[in-house]
Design a binder for this molecule. Structure first.
Ligand code: NAD
Length: 482
């Protein structure tokens, strides 16, 4: 299958497409590696050293990985080298630290009644994990799933998006230097030929999926057939509430960082801005001014702030959302069309776009556009703003812009989202949990929280009462006991 550079429209690579027979082989390799107890019961300290080694290998190969990532995904070189790859390295190092103290074995305090049992709680690897990722941050999504799955002692079959397989395939190849054979396997393929078979495969014990809500629901249904463990990281429609006391220059800059990062192709984007009526017009002016300064360009150029849409089809979809908003009564404050980029004439670029006078019921306010499009909605009271923010199928990110931090905390308690950001956006730390409420999915990634998604919990109880006559509970059945 062709891999296309979205900045030029040119084919940059061809990737083999795997089918069910290849999946069977990969699952068999992963199962054999899991059954080798040297891997699945490796002491945490040894596993930690292995994760550090993975981090070192990623750092040592950062330049090559960055080139592959930018050329297939259209993410800017500044972000991929300055944020994504350091974050992936940090994730592996964070998990290397967390795994040492992770409660793989815990003792419960003894209880006297009904008798002296000693109970331990063990956390054990689940088995073979099928990891399915999206095209928007291939390396980052790899790190979010692979690092904790390895930390817990699982083995892996990973499927990147068929649109952006190159960086994942190369990274799996690189990490073979640190991992035993069969532990980490990669297959390229699309949803119908490979994604579906992964979610249905009887040899896969857990699926972790990142992608759209529509496909996520299908994955969950497939997993339900065998009650496979399932984690879903899905879409979002993040609302940011601007209170009238906010620093409007900071909001203009920060809200646009919230929506234009990766040209809006981020699940946690702040794509709805709810603005108090007292500051609405002034803020719109500032948003238009700052948007016009954003450099849309070749993602390989370090001066570029916003790269292309991931594909021609996605480009068309983003423009059609803008069109639908206009038809439903929205006003374009800036952008709204294809962006011309010299030297990248075949690319799929969209202008930085702000839509004013949006209503929360409009299609462009309810559905995930996944492009550089900010929907601005006016409100009159805080209660209205909170209701508007929560009036969404999604619940991944939400935020508040205000100088009153006490009020911000109070509003945060009322917002239904997995990440709440006060006076900034995209504040994601590798040690803080990240994941969705409602149709943004469930399960948490990042840090020690992510290990929880890759273990089964077992209660192991031992009785120290050796006299049959003193086994108090047995009297329920053995009513004739001495
Ligand atoms: P997508 O759902 O189209 O595809 C995601 C992955 O699923 C791809 O690898 C694809 O090949 C595979 N797939 C497609 N059909 C499948 C099927 N029937 N069964 C199993 N797998 C199948 O999503 P996308 O367009 O690649 O990515 C964009 C979406 O991902 C957006 O909705 C975005 O919000 C979401 N996303 C969420 C997070 C998060 O952490 N919550 C992070 C990044 C992206």
């Amino acid at each position: 299958m062709d891999v296309v550079n979205p900045a030029s429209g040119e084919v940059i690579a061809q990737a083999a497409m795997a089918g069910s027979a290849d999946l069977d082989k990969a699952v068999a390799a992963a199962r054999a590696a899991f059954n080798d107890t040297q891997w699945s019961r490796m002491p945490p300290a040894q596993r930690s050293a292995m994760l550090y080694r993975c981090a070192q290998l990623i750092m040592a190969n950062a330049q090559e990985l960055a080139q592959l990532e930018v050329s297939a995904s259209g993410g800017t070189i500044g972000r991929v080298t300055g944020l994504d790859i350091p974050a992936v390295v940090d994730l592996f190092m964070m998990l290397a630290e967390e795994v040492v103290d992770y409660p793989f074995v815990e003792n419960l305090a003894p209880r006297i009644l009904p008798e002296m049992w000693h109970t331990q709680v063990w956390k054990q690897a689940i088995g073979v994990c099928g990891l399915i990722t999206a095209w928007n941050f291939p390396l980052l999504l790899f790190g979010l799933k692979v690092a904790p799955a390895l930390a817990a002692g699982n083995t892996i079959v990973i499927k990147p998006s068929e649109a952006t397989p190159t960086s994942t395939i190369r990274l799996v190849e690189i990490l073979q230097q640190a991992l035993p054979a069969g532990v980490l396997n990669v297959l390229n393929g699309d949803g119908p030929s490979l994604g579906e078979p992964i979610s249905l495969h009887p040899g896969i014990d857990k699926v972790s999926f990142t992608g759209s809500t529509a496909v996520g629901k299908r994955v969950q249904v497939n997993c339900a057939a065998s009650l496979k463990r399932c984690t879903l990281e899905l879409g979002g429609k993040g609302p940011g509430i601007v209170l009238p006391d906010a620093d409007l220059d900071m909001v203009a800059q920060g809200a646009l960082w919230g929506v234009y990062m990766n040209a809006g192709q981020a699940c946690e984007s702040g794509s709805r801005l709810l603005v108090h009526e007292d500051v609405y017009d002034e803020l719109l002016e500032k948003l238009a001014q700052r948007s016009a300064e954003v450099v849309v360009g070749n993602p390989m150029d370090p001066a570029t702030g916003m790269g292309p849409m991931s594909s021609q089809a996605h480009f068309n979809k983003v423009l059609s959302y803008i069109q639908s908003a206009i038809e439903q009564g929205a006003r374009i404050i800036c952008g709204g069309d294809q962006a011309a980029v010299a030297g990248c004439e075949g690319g799929f670029f969209v202008q930085a776009t702000v839509l004013a006078d949006m209503d929360n019921q409009m299609k462009a306010a309810r559905e995930e556009i996944f492009g550089p499009v900010l929907a601005v909605i006016k409100f009159s009271s805080e209660a209205e703003a909170i209701a508007l923010a929560n009036d969404s199928d999604y619940g991944l990110s939400a935020g508040v812009w205000t100088r009153d931090l006490v009020r911000a905390q109070q509003i945060a308690t009322e917002l239904n989202a997995g990440s709440i950001w006060i006076n900034d956006w995209h504040m994601m730390r590798t040690d803080a949990p990240f994941g969705g409420f409602r149709q943004s999915g469930y399960g948490r990634e990042f840090g020690k929280y992510s290990i929880d998604s890759y273990v089964e919990t077992k209660a192991v109880s031992t009785s120290f009462e050796t006299s049959p006559s003193k086994k108090n509970l047995h009297r329920i059945v053995h009513t004739q006991m001495a």
